[in-house]
Write a protein that binds this ligand. Sequence first.
Ligand SMILES: [Zn+2]
Length: 331
Amino acid sequence: MRETSQPLDVPVRPTLYRHPHGISAVDAEYLYPGHAAAHIIVDGGRAAFVDVGTNSSVPYLLAALPELGVAREAVDYLLLTHVHLDHAGGAGLLMRQLPNAVAVLHPRGAPHMIDPAKIIAGAQAVYGEARFEHLYGQLLPIPPERVRVAADGERVRLGGRTLELIHTPGHAQHHYVVVDEAHASIFTGDTFGISYRALDTQNGAFITPSTVPTQFDPEQHIASIDRMLSYRPESMYLMHFSRVTGVPRLAASLKEQIRALADMARRHAGASDRPARIRADMLALWLELAHGHGCRLSDGEIEHALAGDLTLNTQGLIAWLHRLKDKALPS
Ligand SMILES: [Zn+2]
C-alpha cells in the first residue's frame, strides 16, 4: 500500500482563505475543491491546526504554513475534533513533519488514533476496501506520547489565546469543538452541520446536518448545538466548508432538520426499500429549503451538490434506527 497518494516533496499550490483573528482555512482537497477545510489558528507566532483532512491533504497543509509565515516547528497542536477520516485521517502522517505538535483528542477518539485498526475496519465497512484505499491510503498511528486527551471543558493555550474544548456528542460520540470565546468563534468539526459555499445566496449560507454512521443521535445533537449557542458565537468554522455567520438562523434550521430527518427515518423504518425512501424524503426537504432560501440552481444541480451527504446521511439514519431497535429489545 502506498503511504500517501501524493509524495510530500512534490510542490502543490494550497488554496487559502484568510479570516479575522489569525484564522485561516486551507482547502484539504478532499473529494473536490470546496468540500473540506482544515483550519489554522496563528497567535503570537505559534500555530494550531483544527482538523487536517486525509493523507492526500498533508502536502497542501504543509505548503500553507510558509504562506502564513509559520515554521513547522511552531505548530503546537493538531486539534482533531473527531476521528472521522476526512477530519483526522492525515494526522499520523502530518505529525511526522511537525516535530513539536501534540494531537489533542476526545477520550473516546484517542485510542483509535494510537491504533487505527478499528477505524480502518469501520470505514472499510462504509466505503468498501477499494474506495477506502483510494480515499484514505495507509493510516499512520500517532505515538501515544504525542497524544493529549481532552476532558470536557479542557483549556489549551496557544500563543496569547485560550481555547476551550467542549464535548459535543450527536454527530459522533468522540466529538469535541474548539471554542475561541475571546473572538466569538467556534471550530465545529461536523457538529454545526455542512454548508457548501456553492449554495450561498443573497440570504446567506445554506446549511444541512450531517447524520453519518455510526453514532448519530438526534437528541444529543440538538443539545450540543444549544450548548454551542450558549457561548453566543458570531462565526462558526466548519470543516465543510469553513466560516459561516448568522449563527442563530443556521442553528434553528439545523435543529429543525435534525428533527425532520429523525422523523423520516422512523416513518420508513419498516419499509423494505427504506434507504430509497429516506433519501427521497431528504432530497425533497433540501430542495424545498434551498429554493426557499433563494437558491437559483436547478434541482439536479442541488442534488449533485448534496449527493454524498444524501447517501451518508441515509446510512447514518439507518444505523440509528438499528440502535433504537436494539435498545427497545428486552435484555
Ligand atoms: Zn464527521
